[in-house]
Write a new protein. Sequence first.
Length: 234
Amino acid sequence: MAGRRSAYVGLHRKRTDWLLMGETVLCAVLAVVLCGTIALWQARAAERDSAIVAAQAKAGAASVESVSSNALKRRSVPQVNETLAKQREAEEQRARWTNPTGGTQPDLAQYTGISVDVDLAAQRAYVKSNGQTIYTMITSSGMDDSTPRGTYTVDARGLHFFNASEGMGADYWVRFYGPYLFHSVPTGQNFGEYLEDEGAKLGQPASHGCVRLSIADAKWLYEQLPDGTPVTIA
C-alpha cells in the first residue's frame, strides 16, 4: 500500500514538473514575442519621427526658397520697370526724329504763295501759304550761331550726300543758300544709315550750319517744296 502511494506521488510530481516547465517555456516565448513587438513598435515610431522631421525640413526649405524667390522677384520688378521705361523713352525719342513733327503734312500742290520761315531761337520752321502757317517742323540749326540769317531761295535738291571731312551725311536735302541745306537727321556714308545719337539732338542747335529735320519732314520737303520758294531765317 505504501509502495503504490509512493509511486503515485512520484508520478504526480513529474506531471507537476512538466507543467511548470511548459509554463516556463510559454512565458519565455511570450516574453520574446512581447520584446519583438516592442522593438518593432519602437522602430516604426522612429521611422515615423524621421519622416516627420524630413517633411518639416523639406517644408521649411520650400518656404525659405519661396520667400527668397518672392524677395528676388520684388527686387527684380524695379529693374524691369526701369528697363521698360528706358525702352519706351528710346522709342518715343526715335519716333520724334523719324516721324512728321507737325502732325498731318499738307499737300503743297493745293496751296499758293508757299514760303518757309526758320526761327533759330525756337528751333522751328514754319511752312506758310500766303503768310499763313500751314505746317510747323521741329529743327536743329547750326551750333555757335552758324546758320546764316537772311532771305534765300530754294534752288536744288537731292536724295543723299556724305561729307567725308565731317564723317556724316544726310538724306533728302534741299538747298537754300550755297552749302546750306534743309536735310534729314545725319546718316553715315550710306542712304538710310541714320545716326541715332545725332537724331536725338533734334530740337536743339546741333549742325554745322544746315537746318536738320526729322526724316519724314525732310522727305516731305524734298518731294513737295517747289524750287524758287523763299526761305527766311531769323
